[in-house]
Design a protein around this ligand. Structure first.
Ligand SMILES: [Zn+2]
Length: 464
């Protein structure tokens, strides 16, 4: 064969091969499945951020074959690193494949938290003292020890880096000022009996100036020998001009001295007795206490009140079967009298005496334990109840003479205690004994008081 012929054959072979190759490429581009990814093919995920598939599409020629795509690859976003997701397709032996690259990184900068203020007040003329801070990172955890602190004139700068290279910078502004007022403290309100020792004390401190007690200005005065309520006022300023004040109440009271007599009259009012008793008390200038019921004229109650006596609550019915039937029944009976007193005198009272006294046992017949409940309830609700330590014996039955009542009372009077005398202003013999009892007491140096909220409770033992 001539060399020219060989050349021609070779040329033809090459042309055919090129043609086959072109056909092959054409077939491939037209008939091979192609996968297209939605979104970027490289994804960066934050630590612990959930990977979300953005989607993909697969086509062969013009046919959608997305449902033939198989996705492989798992991403653990709790572990930093590089991950791959592979998308493969096999369409009747025509295969293709593409990949998405995912990197899990710590993208979050650390957090710095400042203790204390920002801006932070610094006492003028002093240096800022670090108030403290903490730093945490979502991946590295506690970074407090890694914080760099730089003190400048008007700022403190806190800088921290996490391992991934994220940086956080926090500035604390410093303001040289004192806006916090000082504090004045006293030893509290004082209550002392006339002639007693009164020792008010106080201190003043300031956040910047320290102890400034010596700068306190005191206003007001008191007389420990004179009954009354006095107010002491303390004022102080710090160097920056912030002011503070405190007040202290000094109460000088007349004690319920031993030898004091409280005349108490129960079960009234009643015309014929109460009005005469009021006349005697008026003439003798003696205050007393009336524990009233719902009976008698309002005018008598009005008089008791107008003439400076204490009008207090007994009960409306004074019927043990009603009063001590139940707790509700007691309160109902009490409230009727309380409303009566309020209606007549214009003011409410919480001073009480139980029919039969708190130690009565008659109430057991109607309700077991009721006295225990009622005595506690009264006190919890701010009431005070008063029994007695001297009984005139005017409720004992029989027909005592005024002289017997007189003897019962004066024989029990004592200079060594408060004398709480139980009497009944519905009894004629009590009425008729009263003036002599008062005269005896006066001649023997006793003084008379009426019950007020300051009067200590005279209580007997509860027996039910
Ligand atoms: Zn009574």
């Amino acid at each position: 064969m001539s060399s020219e012929k060989i050349y021609k054959i070779t040329n033809i072979t090459i042309s055919i091969m090129i043609l086959i190759l072109s056909l092959f490429v054409m077939v491939y581009t037209i008939f091979y499945p192609k996968i297209t990814l939605k979104g970027s093919t490289t994804v960066t995920l934050n630590y612990k951020e959930k990977y979300k598939e953005k989607g993909y599409k697969a086509k062969i020629l013009f046919k959608d074959v997305t449902n033939r795509v198989k996705v492989n690859g798992k991403i653990n976003s709790e572990k930093l690193g590089n991950y791959k997701i592979e998308y493969t397709i096999n369409y009747h032996g025509l295969k293709n494949k593409t990949t998405r690259y995912v990197e899990v990184k710590d993208l979050e900068p650390p957090v710095i938290k400042l203790t204390g203020g920002n801006p932070n007040s610094v006492c003028p003329g002093t240096k800022y003292k670090e108030e403290g801070f903490t730093s945490t990172d979502n991946y590295d955890g506690d970074l407090t020890k890694k914080v760099e602190v730089r003190n400048e004139e008007d700022y403190v700068t806190y800088t921290v880096h996490d391992k991934a290279g994220n940086v956080t910078v926090v500035k604390r502004k410093l303001v040289y000022e004192d806006k916090t007022p000082p504090e004045v403290k006293t030893n509290g309100d004082i209550r002392v009996a006339v002639g007693g020792k009164v020792s008010p004390t106080y201190t003043a401190t300031d956040n910047c100036d320290g102890d400034i007690t010596k700068n306190v200005k005191k206003e007001g005065s008191f007389d420990a020998n004179k009954e009354g309520t006095y107010t002491l006022k303390y004022t102080v300023s710090d160097k920056a001009g912030n002011k503070a004040e405190a007040t202290q109440k000094i109460t000088i009271y007349k004690p319920a001295a031993p030898g004091t007599i409280y005349l108490t009259f129960d079960d009234g009012p009643q015309s014929g007795t109460t009005n005469v008793i009021l006349d005697i008390l008026k003439e003798e200038k003696v205050p007393a206490t009336f524990f009233i019921t719902n009976k008698g004229d309002d005018a008598l109650v009005q008089r008791e009140f107008n003439e400076g006596h204490t009008v207090a609550i007994h009960t409306a019915s004074h019927d043990y079967a009603i009063v001590y039937r139940s707790v509700d029944s007691y309160w109902n009976d009490l409230n009727i009298v309380q409303n009566r007193i309020k209606r007549i005198t214009g003011s409410e009272t919480r001073l009480v005496r139980f029919p039969g006294g708190s130690s009565n046992t008659v109430s057991r017949r109607y309700s077991t334990g009721i006295m225990t409940t009622l005595t506690n309830d009264l006190i919890n609700k701010g009431y005070k109840y008063y029994d007695w330590n001297i009984s005139s014996g005017d409720a004992a039955g029989g027909r005592p003479t005024p002289n017997q009542i007189y003897n019962n009372v004066v024989s029990q009077l004592s200079h060594d205690r408060v004398n709480m005398v139980l009497m009944h202003d519905i009894k004629t013999y009590t009425r008729d004994a009263l003036r002599d009892i008062i005269r005896y007491a006066k001649n023997n140096g006793y003084t008379f008081e009426r019950i007020t909220y300051d009067t200590p409770m005279i209580r007997q033992r509860v027996n039910n």
